[in-house]
Design a protein around this ligand. Structure first.
Ligand SMILES: NC(=O)c1ccc[n+]([C@@H]2O[C@H](COP(=O)([O-])OP(=O)(O)OC[C@H]3O[C@@H](n4cnc5c(N)ncnc54)[C@H](O)[C@@H]3O)[C@@H](O)[C@H]2O)c1
Ligand SMILES: [Fe+2]
Length: 398
């Protein structure tokens, strides 16, 4: 019954996809371009912005060149730097307070997915005064214009600068869930590869694998995709194949960094319509319950889910293998090569095969949250029920 209902739901949603306005942010691109952002903010008529970021980035001085340019351009700013990895509803409330008390009129989301999602959450709760983060989670629950967001990604992974999602954890229940609404897509994105040069290898590798996961999950879903999303997913897999390991080995390789930024951006666009799948549904629960970094969860879970899908994904994975110039006698052989490439890359980048954080007593909760997130919305190649999730969790724990 669940599977039949999911098929009907997805068929209806697929029709809806054609009328949803899928935009993309305007971009500033290139090394050092973050210093041009204040002039853009001024040109668009904004006077005082809330900068949403985290304390690590402030400590590294990564925002200094932008602050200097803001002073020169006469753009006033207030900083909220309390965002934690896997941001919570408390982070959203703290940022919102600053935004409103200081009468800001726009926001700069500066950082990885955590500050960007927190910033979107602040915008949503500001627009829907009186509603909680939890009430706005789900599909199309914000339904209002939120303050303009200028997104400045400093990791190359989440693609939050171009997606309609904001993933926030409830601090009390540890339930990590997503708001999804077209109004959450930032209006502007600043892709400055210099900002990612200082990313530690461990963050480069796992956030890059998150981008790969977006492209692979969107592509293997394929029900909602138009030609554009399929093409974007193929292009981004190729970019990641050619650039992630380079960026990991030599963080100062600006070309590889820029290519990874582009891959993350367009893979974000691909899954915005194509959706993610069970890798994300399970990974989100681990982020909420145990604070597992999102990219790490994605890196660990991705190949296990693809293997568990089995023959249902051979054809799609074989196409991705071809995009990366991998050869084989059959789709099964090419798909196997593609999954093995992911596994080998993980080994080369010191990413573990499994995770030992999962507690026995949490398993029913993990499965229930993952099923709630994924079914019936995500058009996954195989429809999973409780035993399938249990099997995956066992594999991850080994
Ligand atoms: N909205 C979406 O569409 C979407 C998509 C995927 C993931 N997410 C969410 O994004 C969050 C994860 O974001 P993330 O993976 O970018 O990590 P993050 O934002 O949590 O950052 C991870 C760590 O890296 C540090 N860091 C970031 N940039 C740095 C830099 N340039 N130099 C040095 N250190 C740097 C941060 O300070 C932090 O300590 C999760 O909550 C995840 O659920 C959102
Ligand atoms: Fe992700």
């Amino acid at each position: 019954m669940g599977k039949v209902y999911a098929k009907i739901y997805q068929a209806v949603f697929k029709i809806g996809m054609y009328i949803i306005p899928w935009g993309m942010p305007e971009t500033l691109e290139g090394a050092g371009c973050v210093t041009k952002l204040p002039a853009l903010i001024k040109e668009k008529g904004f006077k005082k912005v809330l900068v949403v970021t985290d304390s690590v980035l402030m400590g590294l001085g990564l925002l200094d060149s932008m602050f200097k340019a803001m002073d020169e351009a006469g753009v006033e700013y207030v900083v909220y730097d309390g965002v934690q990895p896997n941001p919570t509803d408390i982070n959203v409330s703290e940022g919102l307070k600053l935004y409103e008390e200081n009468h800001c009129d726009a926001m700069v989301a500066f950082g990885g997915g955590s500050p960007m999602d927190c910033c979107k959450g602040i915008g949503a709760v500001h627009a829907r005064r009186g509603k909680t983060v939890e009430q706005l989670q789900g599909l199309f629950r914000v339904l209002r214009r939120i303050p303009t967001i200028f997104a400045v990604p400093t990791t190359a992974g989440t693609g939050s600068e171009t997606t309609v999602a904001a993933v926030i954890t409830d601090h009390a229940t540890h339930h990590k869930a997503s708001m999804n609404d077209t109004c959450l897509m930032p209006k502007y994105a600043v892709l400055d590869p210099e900002l990612t040069v200082g990313l530690p290898p461990k963050v480069t590798s796992t956030t890059g694998m998150d981008a790969l996961c977006h492209a692979v999950e969107a592509y293997t879903n394929h029900t909602y995709n138009s030609k554009l999303e399929n093409k974007l997913a193929e292009d981004e897999v190729r970019l990641i194949y050619n650039n992630l390991y380079k960026a990991y080995c030599d963080g100062s390789d600006l070309e590889a960094r820029h290519n990874m930024q582009k891959a993350a951006f367009y893979a974000g666009r691909a899954f915005t319509r194509g959706c993610v799948g069970y890798v994300h549904a399970v990974g989100h629960t681990l982020g909420g319950l145990y604070g597992t970094p999102h990219g790490l969860a994605m890196s660990v879970i991705l190949p296990h889910v693809m293997r568990q899908f089995g023959p249902a994904v051979y054809e799609r994975l074989a196409r991705l293998a071809e995009v990366c110039q991998m050869t084989g006698k059959s789709d099964a052989e090419k798909a196997e090569k593609f999954i093995s490439w992911i596994e080998d890359l993980k080994v080369k980048m010191n990413i573990p095969v499994g995770l030992d954080v999962i507690k026995d007593e949490d398993i029913p909760q993990i499965i229930s949250w993952a099923m709630k997130e994924a079914n019936p919305l995500y058009p996954t190649p195989v429809y999973w029920t409780e035993p399938d999730f249990r099997k995956l969790l066992q594999t991850i724990r080994q």
